[in-house]
Design a binder for this molecule. Structure first.
Ligand SMILES: C[S@@+](CC[C@H](N)C(=O)[O-])C[C@H]1O[C@@H](n2cnc3c(N)ncnc32)[C@H](O)[C@@H]1O
Length: 235
């Protein structure tokens, strides 16, 4: 499957109907998801025929993309039943069979039970900005326990140094393989403003933020135990 074809398929994946702010439910855009997965597949050969885990899978855009790139099996983990229902519907609509789901709180998951059970972990974790500081690191810790070969994860650029330090402490190799612009959906921005503003102010914010997106700068990081060559993301 070509990159453009993958992106166009992922544009048809349904996302969160009512995103839950505290769970940081913002979907990975089809463009970012396709570029990320295509690079993992074609540059690193970490998808085709592999057992892949998608932590915080949400409605499944990364899992479904991995399945389309012929993952042996992609298992999505998420805490939220509503998101997993949408994931199931998406998988049915695409007639995808090589995906599976686990509903769980990844903060309480006994990751050791899944130790090295997956070849590859992919994820767009919560960034830990909603009274859940450190959530991104908890996801990373679980991912590194579960993966035998590599972990690919999206993070805010501002956390790069912190993650570098942690990777050193944990004895894993970390490479930034891409820098990306990530536009938070307007709906998410609206909900965020509403939660901190008075009713009148939030209505006002809504009319503004409808057409305006908040942009985050993200990095895609590759963690691995063995050393591998540096490579650029394909777009
Ligand atoms: C940034 S969204 C990414 C969704 C999806 N992977 C995507 O790329 O579109 C983060 C996901 O993590 C899930 N999540 C948040 N806290 C969680 C927890 N403690 N355990 C498991 N999943 C969690 C949310 O429900 C949400 O689906």
């Amino acid at each position: 499957m070509k990159l453009k074809e993958l992106e166009s398929c992922l544009q048809q994946v349904d996302t969160f109907e009512e995103p839950k702010i505290l769970l940081e439910q913002y979907p990975t855009s089809p463009h970012i998801a396709a570029c990320m997965l295509y690079t993992i597949h074609s540059t690193f050969d970490d998808i085709e025929g592999k057992l892949v885990a998608d932590l915080g899978c949400g409605c499944g855009v990364l899992s479904i993309g991995a399945a389309m790139l012929d993952a042996g099996l992609c298992v999505g983990f998420d805490i939220d039943e509503d998101a997993l229902d949408i994931f199931r519907r998406n998988a049915e609509e695409f007639e995808i069979c090589n995906v599976d789901l686990v509903q769980c709180d990844l903060c309480c998951l006994e990751a050791e039970a899944y130790a090295k059970k997956f070849d590859t972990v992919i994820m767009n974790p919560p960034f830990g900005t909603k009274h859940n500081q450190g959530m991104d690191m908890k996801f990373l810790r679980a991912a590194l326990t579960m993966a035998q070969t590599a972990v690919y994860s999206l993070h805010k650029t501002s956390t790069r140094e912190h993650i570098q330090k942690k990777a050193k402490d944990w004895g894993v190799k970390m490479e930034v393989i891409a820098e990306l612009r990530y536009d938070l959906p307007a709906s998410y921005k609206f909900h965020k403003k509403k939660s901190v503003s008075s009713y009148a102010a939030s209505e006002h914010m809504f009319s503004i933020s409808c057409n305006c997106r908040e942009t985050l700068k993200l990095i895609l990081i590759h963690f691995s135990k063995p050393f591998i060559c540096y490579s650029h993301m394909q777009t």
